[in-house]
Write a protein that binds this ligand. Sequence first.
Ligand code: FAD
Ligand code: UDP
Length: 380
Amino acid sequence: MFDYMIVGAGLAGAVLAERLASQSNKKILLVDKRNHIGGNTFDYYNKDGLLVHKYGPHIFHTNSKEVFTYLGNFTQWRPYEHRVLASVDGMLVPIPINLNTINQLYGLNLNSAEVDAFLESKAEKKIKIVTSEDVVVNKVGRELYEKFFKGYTRKQWDLDPSELDASVTSRIPTRNNRDDRYFTDTYQAIPLYGYTRMFQKMLHHPNIKILLNTDYKEVQDSICYKNMIYTGPIDYFYDYCYGKLPYRSLEFKFETLEENVFQKTGTINYPNEHAYTRITEFKYLTGQKHPKTTVVYEFPKDEGDPYYPVPRAENALLYKRYRQLAEQENKIYFAGRLATYKYYNMDQVVAQALTLYKKIITPHEFAHHLNGHQLPIIQS
Ligand code: FAD
Ligand code: UDP
């Protein structure tokens, strides 16, 4: 008899398995339909011996000391600050838009105060910021919006930014200084030996059994367990009873090249050309020394593995209906990006799982809402 069947061996499932097994002596069965642990963070050495991320580039960053320290129990870190260039007007310029971006693009030599005034003169001030278009046009105006955001967003989501919640493009700040890092979080690092190795350490415990290549629906009736933690898509859990929740997918095209370096920085974004959104070169992320190099192209698509919840009002409403079902469950908990339909980064998923663990083991301190839906989440 297992205390918990945990569905999904991604970050949400692995953190909960690790905590429940090692801190609360619970017996866990961790089930994943894929043939590996790690969920979307899974990395492996390809046939040329280069460490690559199977489901696209994963760069860890957080402001949460608790999350960083917790994961640090299972890995050493390699400090890494990600930098991204965007291909715009035949140039490669820094994104997020910063002082250098504006100066390069317009052949200017502005300082911080001047760039503020420049952007102010371009901005179309909105009374209410509702959509992803509003966010950008309100800050930098329509011209820069069209150069950097409109095409990229349409490719990535197959929606115009005006059809997406403000939260999507709000992920990308605008800066009046020369800081060209993609993230400014306090902690920015990649597991020194990769994500999969970190997961192996997390899950190496006599109380944790792992069942791969298995959809939980194939085994849930034949296995004895007292509680369930579910981290897959919530609409699938309820057999799509209210219809399908949209999740955006990607196709990854990997290429290994007989050269040491392919591009100038970790990622280059292509807002206005090509069917792909960006190219990432893994050696920047992993720090690996190798005579060859592997890059990945991301082609957004509708069908395929569910990677991104799509943040817009109508989807939030549909999710809410599923959430209401989830809230009525007894001994079934929902966590992670797919089950709580939230566009979370890795650190937010870890924080959500750690909070859910505390709630599960000390329920008297948390009278209501024992699943991940209402948990307070750190902001990245
Ligand atoms: P997942 O990792 O998706 O794990 C869910 C698991 O459940 C999967 O392994 C799946 O196979 C399994 N599962 C689903 N249904 C079933 C079923 N019926 N039966 C059995 N198993 C099932 N975050 C960052 O912080 N930094 C980044 O740079 C970053 N880059 C990203 C790039 C891409 C292309 C994508 C898609 C995401 C990126 N993320 C990034 C987000 C990050 O991947 C997620 O926050 C995190 O991995 C989510 O963990 P999870 O456990 O919720 O979900
Ligand atoms: N975005 C954009 N142009 C860019 C980078 C980002 O329009 O050069 C928008 C786009 O809608 C994207 C969102 O901002 O989906 C969030 O970008 P992020 O890099 O955080 O996406 P992720 O890494 O999660 O795919």
